[in-house]
Design a protein around this ligand. Sequence first.
Ligand code: FMN
Length: 346
Amino acid sequence: MNSELNIRSKRKDQHVKHALSQKIDGDSDFNHVHLIHQSLPAVNLDTVNLNACFGEFEFQSPIYINAMTGGSEWTKSINRKLAEVAAAVKIPMAVGSMHAAIKDDSVIDSFKIVREKNPDGIIFANVGADVSPADACYAVELLQADGLQIHINAPQELIMPEGDRDFKNWRENIIETKKAVKVPVIVKEVGFGMSKETIQTLVQAGIKYIDVSGKGGTNFAEIENRRRFGQDMNFLFNWGQSTVVSLIESKPFQNDSFILASGGVTSPLDAVKSIALGANAVGISKAVLEKIQTDGVEGTVRYIEQFIVHMKKISVMVSAENIQQLQKTPVVLSAEIESWKRQRNL
Ligand SMILES: Cc1cc2nc3c(=O)[nH]c(=O)nc-3n(C[C@H](O)[C@H](O)[C@H](O)COP(=O)(O)O)c2cc1C
């Protein structure tokens, strides 16, 4: 194993280890969003259909396993299990950053296992915004991926001592990559959320699929800080916009793009609230990772099946029969979120 690969593999294992031990504390912004209970639902549970059809995608359920693993022996085994779950419950799945596989053939199988275990499923490749269009095409080809996620993670890079320091070319590279790949491109954050300015820039760059991946769940400021061994940057622990705030920031662009929500989604109620704020589908990382570790493939399959049933039950309680109706269901926001909305002219 070459030394760069060794660093990447170790880093990925550390990310998983730290993410698993990370305590998510504080008040989730999902608690600041209220759905309205309807006492006379106009729908029955078995007529609720939560198929998510948007743009070029058709998901049987509006949730997906978001990018996490691959690039080491340990994360190969996690990818295998996640792919078995995704295949069983028929939800899309993204792999973690494929930089390691692009640089070194010896870890390709830690990503390819996902396609092997889920030959007919929807799978997303994942690269960073600095990866060349040719390498991004290669990543897609390796998995016969149905979509390409490009992650944008400037705070994470800046906190990592070994991280990137140059960001000016990301926008241009994303545009060139979108032109080069033959599958839909999803630009995603990694848990710091997005602003309306970022979303506008992406929409103007021709990006149709945007995963706001907000603050409130996995916290890479904290994870990278723990990896810095004493060079403390913990003043950044609260950096970014929550998923709720990011979805509100995305409002002006929800007709011109397909917004996806992730970041701190831990319950079916969080997922339904995300859709009520305009998301087309909802990504989950940490909660699924934890489940796989504690309850294995079968337990995680049950967890996701229940998650979807519970989303349907909540749909009944707000009297919505499908995603389109859920997206229109009214919400009431706390004074704090309402103040953000006002100050940002949203
Ligand atoms: C262990 C771990 C590794 C991750 N690696 C990647 C990655 O390689 N690429 C990426 O785009 N996002 C990565 N993420 C970020 C997730 O895709 C997601 O945006 C973020 O964790 C917020 O979702 P959560 O709160 O449900 O975990 C990773 C998350 C975790 C927990």
